[in-house]
Design a protein around this ligand. Structure first.
Ligand code: G4P
Length: 531
C-alpha cells in the first residue's frame, strides 16, 4: 500500500468522559464491532475503577493490566482505528490530558441524566485549547434524562462549543423508541440489547411509514423536533467540525448497543486523518518522508525486579522502522529500538514499521521523559504537550537524610514519567509535589521507597493553583518577584511559578498586576481563560 494511503486510512482518537458516563462500555462496543474482542466484559476488568479511592495496590495492579489496553487498534471497513485509552479515575486526569496530545480527534460521552459534569468541562477545555475535533455521544437514552434540547443548550453553554445534532431520539427512558439519523435520513428502532441494528430509510419524514412504526403522536413529535433542529442549527459543515468549532451530537445507549454502530461509522467518515503537528521550529506534515514522533506517556513497571518502563510514542511523520537509529533531540544522541511493539486490543506484538497516527511502545531504561521528540536528525521539539496546573500541593519531607541522592533521583524520574509535577519554592527551597489527585501521593511514596529506597512523608500546603508567570515589563516583574518571594518558585525546567493560595488571591494579584501574565499551563498559548 502506498505511504499516503496508509496515512489516510488511519484514525487516532480517544473516548473521554466524566467517570460513569459510559466510556468503557462504548469502548467495548467499538472493539466488538472491530472484531478486536469477542466477548463483552473484556475491557471492564482493565479499567481503574473510580470507586477504588485508596486501594493503591489494587489500582496499580489494574494500571499494570491497562498497559495492554493503553492503545487499542482495530480495522473497520478498511480503516485502521487507533483508540487511545484514558484512565477512568479522576486522580489520573493529567494522564488523560497528555493522551489527548497524541490524538487527532475525540468522542466525548455525556450521560443524559447527569448532563455536563465537572470532568466533562475540564476535558473539553483541553480539547478546545488544542482545537481537537469533538463528537459528542449522549448516552443512556434508555433512562429518563434531561430533554434533548435542554441537553444541547447545556452543552453549548457549559462546554463553550457550538453543537449540531446529527441524530434525534424518539422519547427516552422506558418509552425510548429509537433514533432518527438526521445525517443519513434513516430511522433505527430501539430494542434493548439489540445486536443487529436494522435501519429503515425514511427520506421524507411525512412518510406514513413513520406513524406505523412509532405511533402517530411520536411521529408528529419527531417531525416537529427535526423541523426545529433544522431551523435552529446551521447546516452541518464537516470542516467546522474538523477545525474544532462545531461538535456533532449523537444520541444512543452504549449498554444496549444502540446508536453505537452509526456513531462509529459516522466517526470514520468525518473524523480527521493524522494531522500536521507544531514543533518549536516549524509545522510537520504527516506526509513528509522523514520520520518524527514524540513521547506522550511513560508507564513504569512496578515490579522491582524489572525496572524497565514503556514509553508510548506517537508517529507524526514518515515511517518508523525497527532497528533504525533515530535522533533523541533532548539528549542529542542517536538511539535505536530492537523490539518496538504495537497493540492489538489485549496483546502486544513486535512491529517492524509504523505510520503517522500510530502509537508505538518503546522499552525504556530511563532515557525518556514526556514530550521528548525523536527525528531522523532534525533538531526540533513537538509542542503542545504542556503541564497543567496541579490542584493539590504537598511538601516532600525526607525521612532518611542518608538517602538524599536516591530521593533526588526518584523525584526526577517519577516526575519525568509525569506521575506528578515537582516545584521548588523560593522560600526555604522546599520541594513541592503537585498533582490533580490524592492517589498520586500514595503512588509516589510507595514507589520512592520500593524503587529508590527513599522514605518520605508529605505536609499539606494550602495552595490552590500553580501559575506560570511571564511579563514583558522587566521592572514590573522584578518588583512582583521581590514582594511575592514567599509564594514564588520554579518548575523542573526552571520556569517561574506563582503559588496561589485561593482563587481570590489569584484574582487579586491579576487585578493588581496587569503587567504580569498568569498561565495555567506550561505552554503559554491562549490559556488565559482556562479553568
Ligand atoms: P465509564 O467508563 O465512563 O466510567 O463508565 P462505564 O462504561 O463503566 O459505565 C458506567 C455505568 O453506566 C456502568 O454501570 C454501565 O453499565 C452503565 N451504562 C453504560 N452505558 C449505559 C447505557 O446506555 N444505559 C444505561 N442504563 N447504563 C449504561 P455500573 O453499574 O457502574 O457497572 P456494571 O455493573 O454495569 O458493570
Amino acid at each position: 500500500m502506498k505511504y499516503n494511503e496508509e496515512i489516510n486510512r488511519r484514525r487516532t482518537f480517544a473516548i473521554i468522559s466524566h467517570p460513569d458516563a459510559g466510556k468503557t462500555t462504548l469502548t467495548e462496543k467499538f472493539l466488538l464491532f472491530g472484531g478486536a474482542i469477542q466477548v463483552a466484559g473484556a475491557v471492564k476488568s482493565n479499567k481503574i475503577k473510580k470507586h477504588a479511592t485508596s486501594d493503591f495496590m489494587e489500582i496499580e495492579k489494574q494500571r499494570g493490566i491497562s498497559v495492554a489496553t493503553s492503545v487499542m487498534c482495530f480495522e473497520y471497513n478498511g480503516v485502521q482505528v487507533n483508540l487511545l485509552d484514558t484512565p477512568g479515575h479522576k486522580d489520573f486526569a493529567e494522564d488523560t490530558y497528555r493522551t489527548l496530545t497524541a490524538v487527532d480527534s475525540v468522542i466525548l460521552v455525556v450521560d443524559c441524566v447527569k448532563g455536563v459534569e465537572e470532568q466533562t468541562k475540564k476535558l473539553m477545555e483541553v480539547c478546545r485549547m488544542r482545537q481537537t475535533p469533538v463528537i459528542i455521544f449522549i448516552n443512556k437514552m434508555d433512562r429518563d434524562g434531561k430533554m434533548p434540547f435542554d441537553l444541547l443548550d447545556e452543552l453549548e453553554q457549559n462546554l463553550k462549543i457550538k453543537v449540531r445534532p446529527l441524530s434525534w431520539p424518539i422519547n427516552m427512558g422506558s418509552s425510548f423508541k429509537g433514533v432518527y439519523n438526521i445525517y443519513d435520513q434513516t430511522l433505527q428502532l430501539f430494542q434493548a440489547k439489540s445486536k443487529d441494528d436494522e435501519k429503515m430509510l425514511i427520506a421524507d419524514l411525512s412518510d406514513k411509514l413513520l406513524d406505523r412504526e412509532v405511533g402517530e403522536a411520536d411521529a408528529n413529535q419527531l417531525r416537529q423536533d427535526v423541523e426545529l433542529v433544522e431551523g435552529v442549527y446551521n447546516q452541518f459543515e464537516v470542516n467546522d467540525y474538523r477545525e474544532g468549532h462545531l461538535a456533532p451530537v449523537f444520541f444512543g445507549s452504549a449498554m444496549n448497543n444502540f446508536g453505537v454502530r452509526e456513531l462509529l461509522e459516522t466517526f470514520i467518515r468525518i473524523s480527521p486523518t493524522p494531522l500536521a503537528r507544531e514543533t518549536d521550529k516549524r509545522e510537520v506534515a504527516p506526509t513528509e518522508d522523514k520520520f518524527s514522533g514524540f513521547i506522550f506517556k511513560i508507564h513504569a513497571n512496578l515490579d522491582p525486579r524489572h525496572r524497565d518502563r514503556i514509553a508510548f510514542m506517537r508517529v507524526c511523520s514518515g515511517k518508523f522502522e525497527r532497528n533504525t537509529f533515530y535522533h533523541h533531540v533532548r539528549l542529542d544522541k542517536d538511539v535505536r529500538f530492537s523490539s518496538p511493539f504495537s497493540f492489538m486490543a489485549r496483546s502486544k506484538s513486535l512491529v517492524d514499521d509504523a505510520f503517522p497516527g500510530d502509537v508505538v511502545g518503546l522499552f525504556d531504561t530511563g532515557n525518556f521523559k514526556i514530550g521528548d521528540t525523536l527525528t531522523e536528525g532534525e533538531n526540533m521539539t513537538f509542542k503542545g504537550i504542556p503541564s497543567f496546573s496541579p490542584e493539590i500541593f504537598k511538601e516532600v519531607v525526607n525521612k532518611d537524610p542518608m538517602k538524599t541522592k536516591q530521593l533526588e533521583k526518584g523525584l526526577q524520574q517519577l516526575t519525568d514519567e509525569g506521575v506528578a509535577q515537582l516545584f521548588t519554592q523560593n522560600l526555604g527551597h522546599k520541594k513541592i509535589i503537585g498533582t490533580v489527585g490524592e492517589l498520586q501521593f500514595e503512588v509516589i511514596q510507595y514507589r520512592l521507597l520500593h524503587e529508590y529506597g527513599a522514605s518520605v512523608s508529605f505536609v499539606n500546603l494550602p495552595y490552590y493553583k500553580a501559575c506560570w508567570i511571564t511579563s514583558e515589563d522587566k521592572v514590573k516583574m522584578e518588583e512582583f518577584c521581590r514582594f511575592k518571594q514567599s509564594v514564588l518558585g520554579n518548575d523542573k525546567e526552571g520556569n517561574l511559578i506563582y503559588l496561589a493560595q485561593s482563587e481570590w488571591y489569584l484574582n487579586t494579584e491579576r487585578t493588581n498586576n496587569p503587567a504580569i501574565k498568569f498561565h495555567f499551563t506550561s505552554e503559554f498559548k491562549n490559556d488565559e481563560e482556562q479553568y
